[in-house]
Ligand binder design. Structure first.
Ligand SMILES: *Cc1c(COP(=O)(O)O)cnc(C)c1O
Length: 385
């Protein structure tokens, strides 16, 4: 009944864990869910208020424009200048998105022919691979390891792969490893992509979720990046707006145009009222972002202290709301996730769920109040490891 592309989807690895979780919940176990990367805090109130007003204005009720309201694209360009130091032409270098996930899925449709290789960092957001498969491309994962500070080794890619490579997806601050990249790495990517005629796509979903003064750079700020690349931004994590579905793509105008061509034939843009709320998010005070980051930072410290006390070696990340921890000796990522769930009632995501290169690790999302994280730490301490 299903198409080959659906039948070719990788098996759903979490079925066993989901089942165990549902059983525990049905039994009345108090499960602490640190599995999903979805902010538990609400959208900032001034954004909700902007939406409330906008939705009452009947002018927002018709089809939106494909590329996004000019006001939204200008707000995105202004935000990029102010917080990322990059200059963009709102008319040609900015495109509104129904969240950045759809862009990741649509970009291969715009640029990849069957047989073309798509490079992506692994462990990673699963859509880089799935979007590639849907477009008939060949996914080629670049493993991220602790030895390489979770940056891909671009010199390790065989020549026959490089010859067929068309696109490169990468993501820093990184989900799931919480690693960050500096300008030097981005400059290396520009040089690499220019040399091999590869389109660079940087997923910058976590660039505002940072700690202790760290500022996550824009890939487009790297010299020459504008010639070969685009970058995806998302309201989801920055403004606690995952449910609203809003983001924007910026970068090389021909690339933005290519993505826009796919989108205008598949979706019909972002609801204007949501774009208006999105403008309020981008243009008003960012104090809410800072407050939220303070909350994540306290949670981060609590979990790190607990894991360190147990002998699990984890450095506090500079960005994202994830803790990427090596599993104890004798466990796989899956067996440790099962132990945490069954013996401690804690849900965390086994690293292998983000690709084979994630084996040996587990991801905790800091998406529960600090009291619950303390409780999780107490429960983990009681485990016989
Ligand atoms: C959460 C996340 C996104 C954002 O997805 P949206 O569709 O904008 O909600 C993009 N990339 C990564 C790596 C993520 O973790």
């Amino acid at each position: 009944m299903y198409s080959d592309r659906i039948n070719a989807l990788p098996p759903y690895l979490f079925a066993a864990i989901d089942e165990a979780r549902d059983e525990l919940i049905a039994k009345g176990v108090d499960v602490i869910d640190l599995g999903v990367g979805d902010p538990d805090l609400p959208t900032h109130p001034h954004i909700v208020e902007a939406m409330r007003k906008a939705v009452c204005d009947t002018k927002t009720h018709q089809y939106p424009s494909y590329a996004g309201m000019p006001e939204f694209r200008k707000a995105a360009a202004d935000w990029c200048r102010k917080y990322k130091g990059i200059e963009l032409d709102p008319a040609t270098e900015v495109l509104s998105l129904i969240g950045s996930k759809e862009a990741v899925a649509h970009i291969p449709l715009a640029f990849v022919n069957p047989g073309d290789v798509v490079l992506y960092t692994e462990p990673g957001y699963p859509v880089y691979k799935i979007g590639t498969l849907f477009a008939g491309g060949e996914p080629y994962p670049l493993p991220l390891t602790a030895e390489n500070n979770f940056l891909p080794d671009l010199d390790s890619i065989p020549a026959n792969i490089l010859k067929k490579a068309k696109l490169f997806f990468f993501n820093y601050p990184n989900n799931p490893t919480a690693a960050t990249a500096d300008m030097k790495f981005f400059e290396k990517v520009v040089e690499f992509c220019k040399k091999h005629d590869i389109i660079a796509v940087h997923d910058n979903a976590y660039c505002q979720m940072t700690y202790e003064g760290y500022e996550a750079p824009s890939f487009l700020a790297a010299k020459g990046a504008r010639d070969i690349g685009m970058e995806l931004y998302s309201h989801s994590k920055t403004y606690n707006m995952t449910g609203w579905r809003l983001g924007f793509a910026v970068g090389n105008s021909a690339l933005i145009k290519g993505l826009g061509k796919v989108k205008s034939n598949v979706d019909s843009g972002v609801f204007d009222a949501i774009q208006i709320a999105g403008i309020a998010a981008l243009c008003s005070s960012q104090a809410g972002v800072e407050e939220t980051n303070k909350i994540y930072e306290e949670r981060r410290n609590t979990l790190i202290e607990g894991l360190t006390a147990m002998g699990l070696e984890v450095k506090p990340p500079k960005a994202t709301f994830y803790i990427w921890a090596p599993v104890p000796e004798g466990f796989t990522s899956m067996s440790f996730a099962k132990l945490l769930l069954e013996e401690a009632g804690i849900i965390a995501t086994p690293g292998v769920g983000f690709g084979e290169a994630g084996e040996g690790y587990i991801r905790f999302a800091l998406t529960k109040p600090v009291g619950r994280i303390k409780e999780a730490v107490e429960r983990i301490k009681k485990l016989q490891l």
